[in-house]
Design a protein. Structure first.
Length: 179
């Protein structure tokens, strides 16, 4: 009976967890690494974060057309879909660090259609940024993030992972909608 009373008392005394959802469509540039120059990139992220700061979760989607340039390669692009852990500060100016892994998709097709690459690999990303908000539900987010694909160095039945040869930095900005 005492255990039940204690658990009910703790449950009633516990502060409710205040979480928010941050939805951010973004646009920016993919630079460095395997890009020949800055490339337009766009996408969006959805972050589940505690209002008082701490550990959250995020899903990040990015698309970069003509990633390898237009010099005779025809159509090419890189798509990323990552799940991340986010460590975020509280307040109206929130600083965060983020990292995770997910899909790193590369497509390359020459103009004649003879040469074609459609690769789905595991990828990693790590980055940081800042979110500025007034007292309302709309703000601005700036983000710098590094991406790299992961490969299996020996195509056998064992799970081996090695850093791949395709990497880039992504610098973006976007409007944050808070729910």
């Amino acid at each position: 009976m005492r255990l039940r009373s204690l658990s009910v008392t703790l449950w009633l005394a516990a502060a409710p967890l205040q979480a928010e959802v941050l939805l951010t469509p973004f646009v920016g540039g993919a630079v460095g690494g395997d890009t020949d120059d800055a490339k337009l990139t766009y996408g969006g992220s959805m972050t589940f974060a505690p209002q008082d700061g701490g550990l959250g979760l995020a899903v990040d989607f990015g698309y970069t057309p003509d990633f390898l340039g237009e010099s005779g390669l025809g159509k090419n692009n890189v798509t990323t879909l990552m799940g991340n852990l986010v460590l975020i500060s509280p307040g109206n100016a929130r600083v965060y660090g983020s990292g995770g892994l997910g899909l790193f998709k590369t497509r390359v097709e020459d103009a004649t259609g003879f040469f074609k690459v459609d690769s789905n690999e595991l990828g990693i990303n790590v980055g940081a940024g800042v979110i500025f908000r007034s007292r309302g539900r709309v703000g601005f987010q700036g983000d710098v993030r590094y991406f790299r694909n992961l490969t299996d160095p020996e195509p056998d039945d064992e799970f081996d992972v090695k850093l791949g040869g395709l990497d880039f930095w992504r610098i973006t900005g976007g409007i944050v909608l808070t729910f």
